[in-house]
Design a protein. Sequence first.
Length: 369
Amino acid sequence: MANNTIIQFKNVTKQFDQDSLVLDHVSFEIERGKFYTLLGPSGCGKTTILRLIAGFTEPTTGDIFFNEKKFNDIPANKRQVNTVFQDYALFPHLNVYENVAFGLRIKKLKNSEIDSKVKEALSFVNLKGFEQREIREMSGGQRQRVAIARAIVNEPEVILLDEPLSALDLKLRTEMQYELRELQRRLGITFIFVTHDQEEALAMSDEIFVIHEGKIQQSGTPIDIYDEPINRFVADFIGESNIVSGKMKQDFLVEFVGKEFDCVDGGFNKNELVEIVIRPEDLEITSLEQGKLQVRVDSQLFRGVHYEICCYDKDGNEWLVHSTKKAEVGAEIGLYFDPESIHVMRLGETEEEFDRRLEIYADGERHGE
């Protein structure tokens, strides 16, 4: 366990009944002072991980460590963790001040100490002067900040956020993404954020855990996850992707849609069957002669910052293009892409196998093999 690790899961399984395996031998580490996102579709196990950290449920098998100490059986109220729920769970009969002070009063702190801590917490979330405001008088964004103030006033080492932005409208949601990220930086403590919104995860996180069917499919920075997905699920779930079958002819040469293309991937077996990912924004509309692919435009939608263009090649493969150039429905066009835009994925590869393959390949490159 690294010195900076605050939370560690070791081979954790959670099963609510004989036929309900929610988490399947999950292992990971959370470092102090970072913004983490647990990302995945509904029912993938991300909220269960949050509940295990909070102490609201216990693992069926495996161990959870906090600051290098096993805390499987530590009750929720004894953990240096606070949770901000989706509905914020504020007390409607208490004003802003008393909502934030509630946990401190339970601890029976002196009134002067409570007053100092509450005012400091409210100032931190830009709610100074709102102490006597009733909760019903607060906007959605302000209520969220009250919930966060109530969480940080207890000086936890970790704040858990269970889809706290999902009930907000799009504009406010975007504003709160920036506010949450800036707040985490100012606090310098660990945030663990749960969402099913991949754009939200990419915008806010230091690191993302992509979860599917109770397993962590891939972890890494937003750029790593977006640019180097390790399997079809991650490529399809994070952003939009064009995914086709192919064959790795040799290092830096791949075949798909009946043609060979230069690429930047290596470490595969010769003629190994693979899957190819090209992001829609990496496809450039050009003439038929200059295009590496020749396609017919099937439909086009204007998305504000770009056109979303759906095309098909002669073999029936669908190609999604994001471009500032407008195309004509029914027209035949060329699509150009750079070798760096081609991402090659090994079939069925796990994150551990992916990391090991890159390590072996990089080591071979260093030794000129």
